[in-house]
Design a binder for this molecule. Structure first.
Ligand SMILES: Cc1cc2nc3c(=O)[nH]c(=O)nc-3n(C[C@H](O)[C@H](O)[C@H](O)COP(=O)(O)O)c2cc1C
Ligand code: SF4
Length: 455
């Protein structure tokens, strides 16, 4: 069994409640931070741990904390990003639902480190039942003296609120989230200024993912050095993976970073292998925004090294042959999956969720959806494949926020690795009009038809 630091107590009966959480060592990091360490040393430990943001980009958490503007004298805030709307990602929900006090403890310890007296958890609107769980946990923590005025008699005050989104994916982007939290439409802001200088109500603000903040208590209770010993290279610690798709055991798993993709997919401790033992076709390792990789690049990198569950190994080879760890939304596809259909599905999502501020994203995501729709449904043209390539290329890097890139990358990767499947759709429209085309006849069985017919 690999080391667990987030989910180690998840099966303790009653761990959702304050009493049981406290009996099991809960809130010790708050005591240690406030009574023994002081704010700056907490930041130092998080820096030493090498903990990287678990929301997707993997930016070092301690470094982000050290950027917060302390000189301006303005109030500072910590905002927890619990928007979790990336297709394929559901690990933050699991943490908040089953061990809510871990997040509350992390919020208090981290807010103390940043000198924040007013902090928020911004949760997606669809997680209403989790919102209620967090509200209850906050009330329990407050009643026990961990929130409010003069925490532990130290003079440190902290108020913590949960705020519900209204169902927009873009509100997971940190500056759109801050706009939404201020009561406005969730439009991403142009950066700089970054939130660490001008965030919530123009005050210095740190935005961190749920899992990032929930990792802080362990780091403070043990040490940054101990955390850095877990994992591999610059991928320190453990990571929650939301595993779904054609695997025997979908679910949320805590892995030590550095375990091989093969082991994660096939061992009984994790995914348990492919459902019905069908062939593996493709993998999206980090949520819908990251490039899809074909079966020959999943267990081994292009250089022939074992592919590992780490930031570096999953991106080995760049976008030509690699992908990204992202938010850890691990989606597995077997030979019955249609890559064109999957790409169309993702494109529909990004088009629907574009906030519309930038033309390349607003217009381009619509075009991607439209062209993919006609290819998947048997009305595509040969030149549509190059058209798709051209559209995604014009979106990438030309927008205010990374949603544009997130819409472009899956399309580019699908064409890069599965171009023959797109060609099949265009050349055999009558076959793909059957919605279950690859369920009835997996692509490997009909691929030979492409050789027979040229356009
Ligand atoms: C379109 C979009 C959606 C995002 N959604 C989320 C999300 O649901 N949860 C999250 O933590 N980060 C999300 N992010 C990343 C955040 O902008 C930000 O980088 C993150 O919350 C920082 O926390 P971390 O450093 O702890 O990862 C999203 C980014 C983009 C561009
Ligand atoms: S990239 Fe898309 S979602 Fe992001 S600001 Fe521009 S239009 Fe809005």
């Amino acid at each position: 069994m690999s080391k667990k630091i987030l989910l180690d107590k998840i099966n303790v009966p009653g761990i959702k409640s304050y009493e049981v959480y406290r009996q099991n060592g809960g809130y010790a990091s708050v005591e240690k931070a406030i009574n023994d360490m002081g704010a700056d040393n907490v930041v130092e430990e998080v820096k030493k741990s090498g903990l990287r943001g678990r929301g997707g980009a993997g930016f070092p958490a301690g470094l982000k904390w050290s950027f917060i503007d302390k000189k301006s004298g303005k109030p500072r805030h910590l905002v927890c990003n619990a928007d979790e709307s990336e297709p394929g990602t559901f690990k933050d929900r699991y943490l908040m639902e089953y061990i809510p006090h871990l997040l509350i403890e992390g919020m208090i310890t981290s807010s103390f480190a940043l000198g924040a007296h007013l902090s928020y958890i911004y949760i997606r609107g669809e997680y209403m039942w989790v919102y209620k769980i967090l509200e209850r946990a906050i009330a329990e923590a407050k009643a026990a003296g961990w929130l409010g005025k003069n925490i532990l008699g130290s003079g440190y005050d902290l108020e913590l609120y949960v705020h519900c989104g209204a169902g927009a994916y873009i509100c997971g982007e940190e500056t759109a989230l801050l706009e939404s939290l201020e009561g406005k439409r969730g439009n991403p802001r142009i950066k700089p200024p970054f939130p660490a200088v001008s965030g919530l109500w123009q005050n210095p603000t740190v935005v961190n993912n749920v899992e990032t903040i929930a990792s802080v208590p362990w780091i403070i209770n043990n040490s940054g050095d101990d955390y850095a010993k877990i994992g591999i290279g610059r991928s320190t610690g453990t990571k929650l993976i939301s595993a779904s798709g054609h695997i025997k055991k979908p679910g949320v798993y805590e892995i030590e970073l550095g375990v091989s993709v093969y082991e994660f997919m096939n061992s009984d401790e994790y995914c348990g292998g492919m459902i019905d033992d069908r062939p593996l076709k493709a993998l999206v390792p980090g949520g819908s925004s990251v490039p899809i990789i074909p079966h020959n690049l999943i267990y081994k990198t292009a250089a022939g090294e074992d592919r590992l569950m780490s930031y570096e190994s999953l991106s080995d080879g760049g976008f030509e042959t690699g992908s990204m760890l992202g938010s850890g939304g691990f989606i597995v596809y077997n030979d019955t999956a249609c890559i064109v259909r999957n790409t169309w599905n993702f494109a529909r999502f990004y088009h629907h969720e574009s906030c519309g501020q930038c033309s390349p994203c607003r217009e381009g995501t619509g075009w991607l959806e439209k062209v993919l729709n006609r290819i998947e449904n048997g009305y595509g043209r040969e030149e549509d494949i190059d058209l798709l390539w051209d559209i995604q290329r014009k979106i990438e890097g030309n927008t205010i926020c990374p949603l544009g890139d997130a819409a472009a990358w899956p399309v580019a990767a699908a064409i890069r690795h599965f171009r023959d499947e797109f060609e099949y759709h265009v050349r055999f429209p009558e076959k793909v009009k059957n919605r279950a085309h690859f369920v009835d006849e997996p692509f490997e069985k009909v691929r030979h038809l492409l050789q027979k017919q040229t356009v």
